[in-house]
Design a protein around this ligand. Structure first.
Ligand SMILES: *[C@@H]1O[C@H](CO)[C@@H](O)[C@H](O)[C@H]1NC(C)=O
Ligand SMILES: *[C@@H]1O[C@H](CO)[C@@H](O)[C@H](O)[C@H]1NC(C)=O
Ligand SMILES: *[C@@H]1O[C@H](CO)[C@@H](O)[C@H](O)[C@H]1NC(C)=O
Ligand SMILES: *[C@@H]1O[C@H](CO)[C@@H](O)[C@H](O)[C@H]1NC(C)=O
Ligand SMILES: *[C@@H]1O[C@H](CO)[C@@H](O)[C@H](O)[C@H]1NC(C)=O
Ligand SMILES: *[C@@H]1O[C@H](CO)[C@@H](O)[C@H](O)[C@H]1NC(C)=O
Ligand SMILES: *[C@@H]1O[C@H](CO)[C@@H](O)[C@H](O)[C@H]1NC(C)=O
Ligand SMILES: *[C@@H]1O[C@H](CO)[C@@H](O)[C@H](O)[C@H]1NC(C)=O
Length: 403
């Protein structure tokens, strides 16, 4: 076959791609490809930026992408922008783009999933209009110093971890229908959720300040591990469906849960080395699992309204606990405490209730943290395979078929 047949075939393929505003996935290799989409108000399908792309990509003109916008392993790209893009119907996935430093999406408001991981060049966002709606937001291992530009009113799942320079996480969320997880960000990070009323499960680790003044209810677990704050106050919280754990917060001296009445699972206050007074629950009546409290400094524990602890009871510390233990001994004698009973002051090594320890209260939550990351890269990897088949390789395969 002679070479002259090749040119028309490529030209036809190119023209179809340029005029079509729909494709399973269209792969952009350079700015010329991106400009080819400018006439598409809505692009029906996914847009992927090819691994070898070196141009700055400006995806101008497009207002909505119904599928994903993906850049995976694009090691030489520095800037991605879209002047009109308001909505991404699928995932906005950016994985391992080492020198990506500029993300300029001034109109972006709604994304189904934000999945960003491995963006060491990314220090800030230019999202003037702010993303207010997202199903999933997972931001892992970036150099972002703030999330200015992402201010969610509604979300199902939020996972913010290993962003070592991030020192402010503020969101106007009213509720989180699945999970909120914050882990290993900047040493001085504050987590501020002024309007959050309920969450299905919430886990906050390694934060310096936590503010959730409206939080009234957590359907499953509420975990605070290895934080740096000195005081923790949840003024409106009335019930936690499963475990409430406050563990390994080395600076905390004051905790306060003035309206909490019910903990459906275990209540664990463990190894907060400076916490002396755990009388933080003046209204607490019911603990569905174990009530487990230990730590060097605990000397005062008064739970005036307690009337049902279905699991074991454990209180241990270095300090004298005579007064607290006599109060809890009465609760044991009156069968308020149903499970085994341990209360010991002046213990060299205060420790937990062993086998009665409820799940999810260990201080090592690194496992749950890495799950989020894995989920993200799995879905990104499968998208990448599709783009390979319909991009260059697809065209080459078609040509060979014709020859
Ligand atoms: C990125 O590239 C590396 C090596 O080239 C590969 O192992 C990895 O799976 C790629 N990651 C994604 C998300 O495609
Ligand atoms: C969740 O929060 C949003 C935003 O505040 C609100 O519009 C919605 O009604 C809330 N849903 C529930 C079930 O509370
Ligand atoms: C930590 O953040 C607070 C505000 O949240 C600020 O006042 C303080 O100076 C910061 N400390 C350090 C060491 O950066
Ligand atoms: C706390 O709860 C009360 C009563 O439900 C409500 O009136 C108040 O606005 C809540 N406070 C905050 C800061 O949400
Ligand atoms: C969680 O609890 C809140 C308040 O009790 C409730 O409105 C919401 O529907 C519950 N959410 C889930 C996912 O169960
Ligand atoms: C961050 O929190 C996790 C889980 O609570 C803990 O294992 C880890 O040691 C903490 N890291 C720092 C630097 O405090
Ligand atoms: C208790 O906390 C201290 C300091 O925060 C830490 O070094 C120690 O490993 C913790 N112990 C347990 C059993 O979590
Ligand atoms: C603990 O904090 C509460 C409110 O945040 C405050 O009223 C109380 O005085 C504090 N207690 C101590 C011992 O610092």
């Amino acid at each position: 076959m002679s070479f002259k047949y090749l040119a028309p075939v490529v030209a036809v393929a190119g023209r179809v791609a340029a005029q079509s505003c729909s494709a399973a996935t269209t792969t952009i290799q350079n700015q010329g490809d991106a400009s080819g989409l400018a006439a598409c108000t809505t692009f029906s399908g996914s847009v992927a930026i090819a691994t070898g792309t070196t141009d700055n990509i400006q995806l101008n003109g497009v207002r909505a992408i119904t599928g994903d916008l993906v850049a995976n392993n694009v090691s030489e790209i520095t800037s991605i922008s879209a002047d009109s893009l308001e909505r991404i119907g699928g995932s906005f996935s950016l994985m391992t783009c080492e020198i990506l430093s500029n993300l300029n999406f001034p109109q972006l408001n709604e994304v189904d999933q934000i999945e960003w991981e491995g963006l060491p060049g990314l220090q800030g966002l230019s999202f003037t209009n702010k993303v207010q709606k997202a199903g999933v937001v997972s931001i892992v291992n970036t150099y972002l110093s703030s999330l200015e530009g992402i201010d969610l009113q509604v979300a199902d799942e939020i996972n913010i971890q290993n962003n070592g320079y991030l020192d402010d996480i503020t969101m106007q969320l009213g509720n989180v229908s699945e999970s909120l997880r914050i882990y290993a960000n900047g040493r001085n990070v504050s987590a501020t959720f002024p309007n959050l009323q309920w969450g299905k499960s919430i886990e906050i680790n390694n934060a310096s300040t936590i503010s959730m003044p409206s939080l009234a209810s957590v359907n499953n677990s509420l975990l605070f591990g290895s934080n740096f704050f000195e005081s923790l106050r949840l003024p409106n919280l009335t019930d936690v469906g499963a475990t409430l754990a406050i563990s390994g917060n080395e600076a905390v001296t004051n905790i306060s849960f003035p309206q909490l009445t019910t903990v459906g699972g275990g209540l664990s206050i463990q190894n907060n080395t400076k916490l002396a007074d755990v009388s933080a629950f003046p209204e607490l009546e019911t603990v569905g699992g174990a009530l487990d409290m230990y730590g060097d400094a605990i000397d005062t524990a008064d739970f005036p309204k307690l009337n049902d602890v279905r699991g074991a009871f454990n209180l241990q510390s270095n300090q004298n606990l005579d007064e607290a233990c006599s109060e809890f001994q009465q609760y044991k004698d009156n069968s308020v405490i149903k499970g085994s009973f341990t209360c010991r002051g002046e213990e060299e090594d205060p420790e937990g209730q062993g086998s009665d320890k409820p799940e999810g209260t260990s201080t090592g939550n690194a496992g749950s943290g890495s799950n989020g990351g894995n989920g993200g890269s799995d879905s990104a990897a499968s998208t990448l395979k599709i783009t390979g088949a319909t991009g260059i390789l697809g065209v080459v395969a078609v040509l060979f078929g014709l020859l």
